[in-house]
Design a protein around this ligand. Structure first.
Ligand code: C5P
Length: 221
């Protein structure tokens, strides 16, 4: 059976990664979370004391940095110079920092190159911000997921409960700031591709979204 690439874009907390993981499992595809790559870069820069306001230092540091994404059955593993940072990158601070470092052209080019290689053999479900518009413009299927900022903050709140001391108010603020940063940056801003299908997930369950996507994928195979 022919394999396709599925691109899923949208703002933070729209349900992209959960949905992408499930769709990949149902189709026997590989799930690629591109946000994790930007997060790993941000974690590395933080550890080295490099701020996003010093793009020259960040660009220089990219030479010392190796990000590897190992797709897996249940979840992917992300390695930073060989160290498993899969869990470490899931914090509110890294989220905001990732969005700042993601504005630097050379960082984007490096990661986009890796992402295209991962999708070369097709059979991938890739989620991010610029997959349908820039990374995989020829993806056979493109989705753009949205939800209200309150609902997206609520989902993050549930996800982070017990792990992070953060209030709903702060989460809404963080998410709105990140949306704004991602949608207004100069290079590959968050934007729905002309040929992407828009799905407002505010009132949809994960299973409903997954079934919709799997059905659509099967219809074009
Ligand atoms: O998807 P996630 O929330 O993990 O992404 C973290 C940040 O990485 C985003 O806010 C965005 O700035 C950046 N990113 C990006 N392009 C992608 C994926 C993520 O700019 N394809």
């Amino acid at each position: 059976q022919a394999r396709i690439n599925i691109a899923i874009d949208g703002p933070a907390g729209a349900g992209k990664s959960t949905v992408a993981r499930h769709v990949a499992r149902e189709l026997g595809y590989i799930y690629i979370d591109t946000g994790a790559m930007y997060r790993a870069v941000a974690l590395h820069m933080n550890r080295r004391g490099i701020s996003p306001d010093e793009p020259e230092r960040a660009i220089e540091e990219m030479k010392q940095l190796q990000v590897e994404l190992i797709p897996g059955e249940a979840r992917q593993t992300i390695l930073l110079n060989g160290e498993d940072v899969t869990e470490l990158i899931r914090t509110p601070e890294v989220s905001l920092q990732a969005s700042k470092f993601a504005q630097i052209a050379l960082i984007r080019e490096t990661l986009v190159h890796m992402q295209r290689q991962l999708a070369e053999r097709k059979g991938t479900v890739m989620d991010g911000r610029d997959i349908g518009t820039h990374v995989l413009p020829h993806a056979e299927q493109k989705w753009f997921l949205t939800a209200t900022v309150e609902e997206r903050a609520r989902r993050r709140y549930v996800e982070w409960q017990g792990k992070e001391q953060i209030t709903m108010e702060q989460l809404i603020k963080d998410i709105a700031e990140r949306d704004h940063q991602d949608a207004t940056r100069a290079i590959s801003p968050l934007k729905q591709a002309d040929d992407a299908m828009l799905l407002d997930t505010t009132y949809m369950s994960i299973d409903e979204i997954v079934q919709r996507m799997v059905k659509q994928a099967n219809s074009i195979l």
